[in-house]
Design a protein. Sequence first.
Length: 407
Amino acid sequence: MKKSSTHNSQVAIVGGGMVGAASACGLADLGLDVTLIEHNRPDFDWPQDEIDLRVSAINKASQHLLGNLGAWQLIDDRDAVAYREMRVWDSLSSEIHFDSADIGEPDLGHILQNRVIQRALWQAMEKRPGITVLSPCSVTDLQPSPEKITLQLDDDASLESELLVAADGARSRMRDELGIGFSEFDFQQTAVVTTVRLAQGHAETAWQRFLPEGPLAFLPISTDQCSIVWSTTADIAEKLVEMDDAAFCVALNEAVEGRLGEITETSQRARYPLRSIHAESYISSHAALVGDAAHQIHPLAGQGVNLGFRDAGALIDTVASQLERGRPISNEQGLRAYERTRRGDNLLMQKSMEGFNHLFSNDNSLLKLFRNGGQAATQRLPLIKEGFMQHALGTSGEIPSLCKKAM
Ligand SMILES: Cc1cc2nc3c(=O)[nH]c(=O)nc-3n(C[C@H](O)[C@H](O)[C@H](O)COP(=O)(O)OP(=O)(O)OC[C@H]3O[C@@H](n4cnc5c(N)ncnc54)[C@H](O)[C@@H]3O)c2cc1C
């Protein structure tokens, strides 16, 4: 775009992460012209065998959404690692075992590097002539008016749109500019992430142990490697990041009670302080928040981006229904319907994660008694277990059209 010029686009999306890029593809498929603004142009060239630290467990609903947008097909099979079982146990060693065979599914989900998903979605955007990508580019200011919203860009150009989709992550500047507040909960935990190699492999299983300080997850990311998300206190996290590789492998092996066999290698380690946030509103005049801009949750159930994809799917359904009725795409009633559909689902998942984390990452003896009763019931009662699994697969509740399997 030229300096000091004003451009128009029916939809402006700020943030080209996984959720923003998926929103762009789905909205463009409704025949809308979409401009996506991303301030860090991603680099999609990396050695095939190099595994990034940021990975996500993608559930069935998200897989369907990516497939319906033509992105899943662009992902190499080796980059999407299926897990068929899940084993969850705690410091008392009481265990819940989930098996995809119990619900007639081939798997419970896939683990992928975030950049693999983002690359597939950016390639899918390139295939859609209705999408313009501005990157690197940032929004410096925005002004809503009754008819439209105007975004000031950092190159002095401006963009006028009927609908702003804020997909700019947990520290969303757009949320602040729109004057939308948020509630925040500090878990007093820090996640240590790394990739390890296992001598015996992972048995196509996602493993999670709840320790008193927080959950520790092993997520299969190649035939013999797992991505680790170890949530613990800030002090322990600092030590885990600073110790040498051999000492870290020993500590990890002890924490998981040696159940995965010898850990032969670890990559570099990084830390993320954990907090959850929830926007007080998902909408404003001519604007909607999606993904982490609207809510951030504890990573323990691997649901963050899955919820974000459901937001994108629900917003796309809302806009489609406004278009069918000949209404403006940022019709207030429509935006309210989007918020109603998503807030309850996101809040339920967020509060469940806070509750799980408190219940399991705790040495309090009353809570121990309570959770063991609950765990035993879940393990023994097939209906409760199936309900859990359907929820984790994203195949229960109000499912956006793009999150359903294509016919
Ligand atoms: C340790 C850890 C493990 C996790 N594991 C899982 C998991 O297994 N499964 C799962 O579903 N979720 C998981 N999550 C959560 C998941 O990573 C997030 O929910 C997801 O990345 C959010 O995607 P997003 O597109 O909404 O936001 P982001 O990924 O934060 O993307 C926002 C984008 O906006 C851009 N941006 C920001 N500000 C501006 C601006 N002003 N102008 C232009 N561009 C801007 C940024 O550069 C970025 O590209 C995990 C999170 C953590 C921390």
